[in-house]
Design a protein around this ligand. Structure first.
Ligand code: URA
Length: 231
């Protein structure tokens, strides 16, 4: 529970005095009933709070960062295999994955209930950097690094944007992409004769896994969501 005026100000970005004026003018409502008392305690997770007719708050704008384990499908439901939603509590059942990780791939996956944000995040125009850690057969060398840098063409003619391949040692590399084609990291490394045996997404834009355990999750803060939403 928190004070209505504090919530209104945080959720709308308006100052406390602007919010006070709107409250006085009867512009705020809790569950459809106008409310003028800013000190009233409200629960934004369960109550519908509106300001000048627009609904505010976490509902419709939640983003969860999940550390996906292998064996879970990036889908909202499936008859034969567990999905990433099975890793989250009931209250997150209306979230949708942002892009996808293969069933065998682990690591950072975002989910949101904000359709507009989702489309913005998966738009290829946005070109957010994604960092993958891969273990693979063979050893990546300078020719592979150059091939990634100049834009690989896959066996089926798919043209990849220039990408970064950073060998870490024999059989392990970091791959940094600004796009997300189907099975892209696996296909790019396979195209260089380096088939992937393990894949983990470690970073997406400014977001990292931090100390989240595998299978763990956290909600992004409003400030993180704001930063994500910036084009
Ligand atoms: N590239 C892949 O090949 N698989 C993933 O899950 C993500 C990127």
């Amino acid at each position: 529970m928190e004070r209505l005026d504090k919530f209104l100000s945080q959720a709308s970005g308006l100052s406390r005095s602007q919010v006070r004026q709107l409250l006085k003018a009867g512009q705020a409502a809790v569950d459809g009933t106008p409310e003028t008392d800013g000190s009233r305690k409200i629960d934004p997770a369960t109550q519908k709070i509106t300001l000048s007719g627009a609904e505010l708050g976490k509902k419709g704008r939640r983003v969860v960062l999940l550390n996906k384990p292998a064996g879970y499908l990036t889908a909202t439901q499936d008859r034969s295999a567990p999905t990433v939603l099975d890793l989250l509590p009931e209250k997150y059942r209306d979230l949708n994955p942002v892009g996808r990780l293969d069933k065998a791939t682990e690591g950072l996956l975002l989910l949101t209930d904000d359709g507009e944000l989702l489309h913005r995040l998966i738009s290829p125009r946005r070109g957010v950097e994604k960092v993958y850690y891969a273990r693979h057969e063979g050893a990546a060398g300078p020719a592979d690094v150059d091939a990634f840098a100049s834009g690989l063409v896959l066996g089926d003619g798919t043209r990849c944007l220039p990408a970064v391949l950073r060998p870490l040692g024999p059989g392990e590399s970091l791959v940094i992409l600004r796009e997300g084609k189907y099975h892209q990291v696996r296909r790019m490394l396979a195209a260089r004769g380096l088939p992937v045996t393990y894949l983990e997404r470690r970073q997406e834009g400014f977001l990292t896994l931090g100390d989240l355990p595998r299978g763990g999750f956290r909600e992004l803060t409003e400030a993180e969501i704001e930063e994500l939403a910036v084009d």
